[in-house]
Design a protein around this ligand. Structure first.
Ligand code: ADP
Ligand code: MG
Length: 692
């Protein structure tokens, strides 16, 4: 054993109790100490003249005590005056022992470290670290002093000493932590070697740019971040290779059925739809499972693309399934697919949690014996008691709302004969490139980057709810012109009941102020059949105004609706607002979205609503959302499949990803490199990650 892989208990003086504390920091092996990087550094490398100190500065000072008194004030304290000829300041101790008071007498020389602050006597340092010195004592510290993230009961000097010991072992056994990124590649990227980086980060020499180091911009930090991102990427590539070594049914393009389907559509495909359908077709014709993510902004026509893919599966003698995140959306897809496929002689089935009793049994039987060729539903589709006769293609709509695990559950459904179904994932939440490359390295990505022609971009206005009467007048005039409108009520997520109640109240108020309009209501607590009925009435134009909760967020498609009011939009994230707004602007009339906020707005809310007003571009919105809320919030940590990173930070280090991909391509053929890196950075997590 090299010594770096050993448990920390192999270090001098580390017993069970200390090992437990270290484990809280994720430090179990000696090498873990090396990758536990300082949060920041203190400069104790030189003495600072007292006269040049300013409040907020951390510094080492040295001088002679000129006075020492216990002062009463609000709290009793020991006040020491220290002078070095350039200036004078106070050291203040609120807790002190009589012996300390004895020791710190006038005439004594002290060296002290701490943060100067403006106090009652001018500059003061509270509870400095100090020791007695004599003039001309050796200067201070050779390196900047690292401050580590730590845990209760483990102080900085102790952690520092342990890290020094680990560095000593590294020097004694450099081969124990091999630098697997070849030197020429490092040189190409102008990054330092692994060992040099670790030394520098734990012991920065005084000439270093401390600001750059603290910001994580120093090449040494970047080098480690790069290696960590590379390890994640290599691990994802392995997973991907493993999946692709499974067999999948070979599904040649169902040209015949597809032509008949297209012939009955009232529109021609956009160029982007055509291109993505081609890309999917190539995947389906291969004997390995497709894993493809289709990103297309709200309204870009993803459903038709899904239908075309499904037709290939059906022509190939397989079943296809489409899973939607909400019952409302599943119901809509069901209606769409029924309208499209039944004229082609294809039976479409619907399955959701609320389908009960005999109807459920019948549907399940039809899925199991293959009578139902196309199956649409919610995640109920992928519960254990649902068996497919021969599932060839699983389509997941709006996948950001599903966990990675639900996504994987599909694969288990099997395509018969030991084959794995192809998978198509569709999302309107554009995954920012940085995330797509790291969390989704296991997916191929297709982009529908074009909206159907004749769409006019939605105009968005931000209005205070003091002007509600103006907004009501606007609804009146839109509906008088034969158009339809949505009124969306938002409320804090936890309480669906309250949200539904708020929607009912709004419906009543609006009915009162707009008696001439036919007004409907949908919310999450209504029965599926009731919801479907209201939606159908709205779609048919029997209702002028639909009051709704955010259940209508995804997928709802009524082209004649050209006005949307969102009440309290400040409560929602950008991506959600963009989704909601996507319900309008689907026809050729100019559409409007009114963000009816309740003042006062916080700074961040004002910023978010401003983004909504200024752009309709889903990608820009997603990037902003990511900046404002971070990846975990935007996509849900669970959903991103992002394992916890130790050093890399996707926002800070996003620009490294190009290099990471290039390196991954060059190194993936080398199983040794891959194994070393994955084990070093993902450790035990590698196995779990592998299942994602
Ligand atoms: P999304 O990408 O948001 O899921 P949908 O699939 O719901 O979008 O499509 C939005 C609307 O656009 C639907 O009414 C659909 O019929 C229509 N649509 C899809 N493709 C085209 C096209 N090429 N030309 C015109 N309309 C289209
Ligand atoms: Mg959709």
């Amino acid at each position: 054993m090299s010594g770096l892989d050993a448990s920390v208990t192999a270090l001098k003086g580390v017993g069970e109790a200390l090992a437990l504390k270290l484990a809280r920091l994720g430090i179990e092996k000696i090498s873990d100490l090396l990758f536990h990087l300082p949060l920041r550094y203190q400069d104790r490398t030189r003495l600072t003249p007292i006269g040049s100190l300013h409040a907020g500065q951390e510094a080492v000072i040295e001088g002679e005590i000129t006075a020492s008194d216990v002062v009463k004030g609000r709290r009793r304290s020991l006040l020491i005056r220290l002078s070095d000829g350039s200036g004078i300041l106070s050291l203040r101790f609120f807790h002190f022992a009589p012996a300390q008071q004895q020791q710190l007498r006038p005439g004594v020389r002290l060296r002290a470290f701490g943060e100067a602050r403006a106090g009652a006597t001018g500059l003061e340092i509270y509870h400095p670290e100090y020791r007695l010195t004599s003039t001309g004592a050796a200067p201070v510290e050779e390196y900047f002093t690292p401050i580590y993230p730590t845990t209760e009961g483990l102080n900085q000097p102790r952690l520092r000493a342990l890290t020094q010991e680990a560095l000593g072992r590294l020097d004694a056994h450099p081969e124990a932590l091999p630098d697997v990124i070849p030197a020429p590649l490092l040189a190409r990227f102008k990054l330092p070697g692994l060992h040099a980086s670790l030394h520098l980060l734990h012991q920065p020499p005084p000439e270093i740019d401390l600001e750059q180091l603290t910001q994580g911009q120093h090449p040494a930090t970047r080098r480690l971040a790069l290696e960590e991102l590379l390890a994640h990427q290599l691990s994802l590539r392995e997973v991907r290779l493993r999946i692709q070594s499974d067999g999948a049914p070979v599904l040649p393009t169902g040209r015949n059925l597809q032509m008949r389907f297209l012939a009955q559509l009232p529109f021609a495909l956009t160029g982007a739809q055509g291109r993505v359908i081609e890309e999917i077709g190539l995947d389906l014709a291969r004997p390995a499972p497709m894993l493809r993510l289709v990103q297309g902004d709200v309204g870009s026509g993803k459903t038709v693309v899904a239908a075309m893919a499904a037709l290939s599966a059906l022509s190939g003698g397989c079943q296809a399934a489409m899973m939607a995140p909400t019952e409302l959306l599943a119901e809509q897809h069901y209606q769409a697919f029924k309208g499209w496929f039944e004229p082609l002689g294809i039976e479409v089935a619907w399955l959701a949690g609320k389908l009960k009793g005999k109807a459920r049994l019948d549907t399940k039987a039809a899925i199991a014996d293959g009578r139902a060729r196309m199956v649409v539903g919610t995640h109920a589709l992928f519960q254990e008691d649902v068996t497919f006769q021969r599932l060839g293609l699983a389509i997941i709509d709006e996948q950001h709302r599903f966990g990675v695990h639900q996504r994987l559950a599909l694969r288990e459904k099997g395509a018969g004969g030991g084959l794995t179904p192809h998978q198509l994932i569709m999302t309107a939440t554009p995954i920012p490139r940085t995330l797509a490359m790291s969390a989704y390295a296991d997916l191929d990505v297709s982009l529908i980057d074009e909206l159907p022609p004749g769409r006019t971009p939605v105009k968005t206005v931000v209005i205070s709810d003091e002007r509600r009467p103006d907004v009501v007048a606007r609804i009146r005039s839109a509906c008088r012109d034969g158009r339809q409108a949505y009124w969306v009520c938002t409320l804090i997520e936890e309480s669906e009941a309250l949200q539904c109640q708020a929607a009912e109240v709004s419906r009543d108020e609006l009915t009162e102020s707009l008696p001439e309009l036919a007004i409907g209501l949908v919310h999450g607590r209504m029965k599926a059949a009731e919801k479907a009925e209201v939606m159908a009435a709205f779609k048919e134009g029997e209702l002028d105004l639909l009051v709704a909760t955010t259940v209508i967020e995804v997928g709802v498609d009524v082209p004649n609706a050209s006005l949307m009011i969102i009440e309290n939009p400040e409560r929602l994230g950008l991506s959600q607002l963009h989704q909601l707004r996507g319900r309008v602007g689907r026809g050729s009339t100019e559409s409007f979205c009114v963000l009816l906020y309740h003042p006062p707005l916080s700074k961040s809310a004002r910023e978010r609503l401003g983004v909504m007003r200024d752009t309709n571009d889903g990608f820009q919105i997603a990037e902003k959302d990511l900046q404002i809320r971070g990846p975990g919030e935007v996509l849900g940590t669970r959903q991103t499949g992002l394992a916890q990173m130790k050093i890399a930070d996707l926002e800070r280090d996003g620009d490294l990803l190009d290099r990471v991909s290039a390196l991954a391509r060059e190194l993936q053929g080398d199983p040794h490199v891959s194994a070393v890196l994955v084990r070093r950075w993902l450790g035990e997590a590698a196995g779990r990650y592998g299942q994602v």
